[in-house]
Design a protein around this ligand. Structure first.
Ligand SMILES: [Zn+2]
Length: 429
């Protein structure tokens, strides 16, 4: 069935003319067509253009949608989340208000280890139901594709549990979900005196098990002072690569970790966080295809410096923004808020922030040719806004949900009670 969306006041295609991302200055151009139409067929985009060139007679059987002067943008692609987690951690939030540092909380057995403990007390069914509710909220906020990492298991069973739930989510939400194995998120307490034994466990048992159940697309390591060193990160990523897992790295959140150059050297899809970055790191990024991904909600929540977005754009790089949705440092998966923070604190133009949260997000998942922009042949994932006049409103009216309709794979995403009942009936396969 062909569907035609007419009278779109402003259609931001984010077209890169077939390329998988937009780099540097190109990010200022979000592919705006005024007074536009969008044609989709089944799950794919067929055509976009100006209403001046539109002819009704070309598609006599089509279903029509009048967008009545509203704005249409590609669905948001959130390339970095930890959405499957056992419980929120608001008690640590209060420690932070009182001034305790991230490292101090981690030393007291809080942080990631706190979530890992909680994971042992929750069933896969409960974890699925809670995660699904998060997905539902994010559909309403406009996220059509997202990546989900493990990393709160820190044991073979725990990591498999998280990834199985992430995979099961795919059957219950219309969103496209990609999964990442992050067994090397922290060293569990029982391995504190013998970290190599934990790294052996990650490499020799977890990676083969994850691969044999086909549970992950990518592998990630928390390459940070106090977590995993550069050489440990390399060892783990190399082992992952043997099993077909594509590398990503958490780098330079707390310190200069060496993770950026390592990522480029290993052809990682992305290096994420980069609250701190050296000129050498930027040069390294210029020499490869690794995507620099910044996570502004994490900086906001932890009162940490924001990543140098303008510097990365001026260096001609394909900047990507994501939420880092997780219970410790970014308890929000809201991409509209990420756009606001990108504009307010990183001085991105609204067009640049939109590109960073759509096409460049897709590129950080190696999916720049599948989604992230409204170009012929790509997935028909797009958002119709409430009646607003300018794209800038998305950034300006922070925390107001300005998305009226979320379309995924050519279908309007509707959540109803049957959606949740299906979880209860089906359970975990
Ligand atoms: Zn993260």
């Amino acid at each position: 069935m062909v569907k035609i969306f007419k009278n779109i006041a402003k259609l931001y295609t984010v077209s890169a003319n077939g390329k998988p991302c937009k780099k540097g200055q190109e990010m200022q151009d979000a592919g705006l067509i005024e007074n536009a139409f969008l044609i989709i067929s089944e799950e794919k985009v067929v055509k976009t253009g100006s209403m001046n060139t539109y002819s009704e007679t070309d598609y006599p059987q089509a279903e029509y949608h009048d967008c009545e002067g509203r704005i249409v943008v590609p669905g948001f692609v959130d390339s970095h989340t930890h959405l499957v987690f056992p419980r929120t951690r608001e008690e640590e939030f209060v420690y932070k208000i009182k001034g305790m540092s991230y490292e101090e909380i981690a030393r007291r057995g809080g942080g990631i280890l706190n979530s890992a403990r909680a994971l042992t007390h929750i069933s896969e069914e409960e974890l699925l139901t809670e995660s699904l509710e998060r997905c539902r909220q994010l559909v309403e906020k406009g996220t059509t594709t997202l990546e989900i990492k493990s990393g709160y298991g820190l044991s073979l069973e725990g990591e498999l549990k998280l990834l199985r739930v992430a995979r099961e989510l795919k059957a219950h939400t219309p969103q496209t979900i990609k999964t990442t194995f992050l067994g090397a998120h922290a060293i569990p307490t029982e391995y504190k005196e013998n970290r190599n034994a934990y790294i052996d466990l990650v490499c020799e048992e977890m990676i083969p098990a994850v691969a044999s159940e086909n549970l992950a697309d990518y592998i990630d390591v928390f390459c940070e002072t106090g977590f995993f060193t550069e050489s440990e990160t390399e060892r783990i990523l190399l082992k992952g690569a043997e099993y077909g897992l594509i590398p990503k790295i958490h780098a330079n959140q707390l310190d200069f970790s060496g993770g950026v150059k390592l990522g480029v050297r290993m052809n990682a899809l992305s290096v994420d966080h980069l609250e701190r970055i050296t000129d050498d790191d930027i040069q390294a990024l210029q020499s490869g295809e690794t995507v620099p991904t910044l996570l502004p909600s994490c900086s906001f929540f932890l009162r940490e410096p924001y990543g140098p977005a303008r510097k990365l754009i001026e260096a001609g790089l394909p900047l990507c923004l994501a939420t880092d949705f997780n219970p410790g440092s970014s308890p929000s998966g809201d991409m509209q808020f990420v756009i606001s923070l990108g504009c307010i604190y990183m001085r991105l133009l609204p067009e640049e922030a939109l590109v960073a949260c759509t096409l460049n997000g897709a590129n950080a998942l190696g999916a720049g040719n599948e989604c992230g922009s409204l170009e012929a042949g790509k997935r028909a994932d797009f958002l119709i806004t409430k009646p607003i006049e300018n794209l800038s409103r998305l950034a300006y009216s922070f925390t107001e949900n300005l998305i009226a309709e979320t379309w995924i794979n050519g279908r309007k995403a509707v959540f109803n009670p049957a959606f949740f009942q299906s979880v209860e009936k089906k359970g975990i396969s």
